[in-house]
Design a binder for this molecule. Structure first.
Ligand SMILES: NC(=O)c1ccc[n+]([C@@H]2O[C@H](COP(=O)([O-])OP(=O)(O)OC[C@H]3O[C@@H](n4cnc5c(N)ncnc54)[C@H](O)[C@@H]3O)[C@@H](O)[C@H]2O)c1
Length: 369
């Protein structure tokens, strides 16, 4: 960082005793005055991956605490990543003196309260999506940031950092292909993560990725949503199919299929007046054998979006160091919007009709209305 760069907020803190009392001697990043000490809350699938990325790929990040209500899990991830401490109490972890910033990867219902606790202590947060399960729970996060008078929250809509989606957005900005008219989205998982996963959760938990990336790529807001589901035999929930209309007159369709059986598969195509941009399949290889050719599919999202998670974490660290929020990342307002749109989807699926989407007034903290 050059001499003229803004002073990172972490560097204003004197080193503490905690910094010298590390549990794990094999940590990769030395603690120094420029480091940001991070707590990762939730050490499950996502938390473990975030912890790994922060510990091994992001200069300036110190993995200070790995917290999970399951002590064994917290300890195992702390051990694997060289974190300084393991802990089990999320609320206590957020307010620790030796924690500068918090990454929240515990279940959806815990996000809003932990995020607000961090905001109230002036700590930057990277909160996994969704910001909250309902807009009523997400709104107090907005209010807390407005009270704080600054944006401290980044929401984990990592597709904004995915190079193929960045190309799509660049094509919109370049304008050479004319007006974008249609965006097709497909989001398939192998199977629902637990038996009680519902079609509504396909909309509130999975589809927010599509709601956010479509707003980001198109640069326009949604004004209405319709949602449908086909018949499916057996216990498993069927796909959900949504059609969204934007204020700029575009159509966005989203297939969420949480029981697609064959692999994790995300597809997208943006159709312009003079061409189209298609996301290429992420598989790095194709195998030719036995009179067939095929590409592998990963069991989940971590491979497909590995680069996006890495870039997201780096952007978060840079935003903490500079005190300037990333202009790519989703902020709390974007997180609120994704949840608000999801509620229209749940209403549309229940009633089968076209549900108008009218957002509340956007606070000035998040830019022009
Ligand atoms: N951005 C993405 O691509 C993406 C992908 C999957 C999941 N997610 C989101 O990440 C979050 C975590 O998902 P996951 O798949 O890792 O779930 P997971 O079940 O694998 O992990 C969650 C962990 O949180 C712990 N936990 C639960 N309550 C806690 C509490 N109060 N305090 C501390 N720890 C607690 C659990 O013990 C568990 O280890 C969810 O909000 C999910 O929506 C995001």
């Amino acid at each position: 960082m050059g001499a003229s760069a803004p002073i990172p907020f972490a560097s204003r803190r004197p080193p503490r005793d905690d910094d010298r009392t590390m549990r794990h001697a094999h940590r990769r990043i030395p603690v120094n005055a420029m480091s940001t000490r991070i707590a990762v809350i939730g050490a499950g699938v996502m938390g473990a991956d975030h912890a790994r990325i922060l510990a091994s790929e992001v200069a300036g990040a110190v993995l200070q605490v790995v917290c999970d209500q399951d002590a064994e899990r917290a300890e195992a991830v702390a051990e694997a990543t060289g974190a300084v401490h393991a802990a089990t109490d999320a609320a206590a972890t957020v307010i620790r003196e030796d924690v500068d910033a918090v990454l929240i990867a515990s279940p959806d219902k815990t996000h809003a309260a932990l995020t607000i606790a961090a905001i109230e202590r002036g700590k930057p947060v990277l909160c996994e999506k969704p910001l909250a399960p309902t807009s009523a729970e997400a709104w107090p996060v907005i209010e807390a940031e407005v009270r704080a008078g600054r944006r401290l929250v980044q929401v984990g809509f990592m597709r904004r950092f995915d190079p193929p989606y960045r190309d799509m957005r660049a094509a919109v900005e370049a304008g050479a292909l004319g007006r974008p008219m249609l965006m097709h989205n497909v989001h398939r998982n192998v199977e629902t993560p637990f038996a009680w996963f519902t079609a509504d959760m396909a909309i509130t938990n999975s589809a927010p990725h599509e709601f956010d990336i479509a707003r980001f790529v198109l640069g326009s807001e949604f004004r209405a949503m319709s949602a449908f589901k086909p018949q499916r035999d057996g216990e498993r929930i069927p796909p959900v199919f949504m059609v969204l209309e934007t204020e700029a007159g575009q159509l966005v369709n989203v297939e969420i299929n949480n029981n697609a059986a064959y692999g994790y598969d995300v597809r997208g195509e943006l159709v312009f007046e003079k061409g189209s941009v298609l996301l290429n399949a992420a598989a790095p290889t194709r195998t030719y054998a036995d009179f067939k050719s095929y590409e592998p599919y990963a069991p989940d999202w971590r491979d497909r979006f590995a680069e996006a998670y890495r870039r997201q974490a780096m952007a978060w660290l840079r935003s903490i160091e500079t005190g300037r929020p990333s202009d790519i990342a989703a902020n709390a307002w974007d997180g609120f919007c994704a949840t608000f749109v999801a509620e229209a989807g749940v209403a549309a699926l229940a009633g089968g009709g076209r549900v108008p989407i009218t957002y509340p007034a956007k606070p000035a903290l998040y830019g022009p209305a």
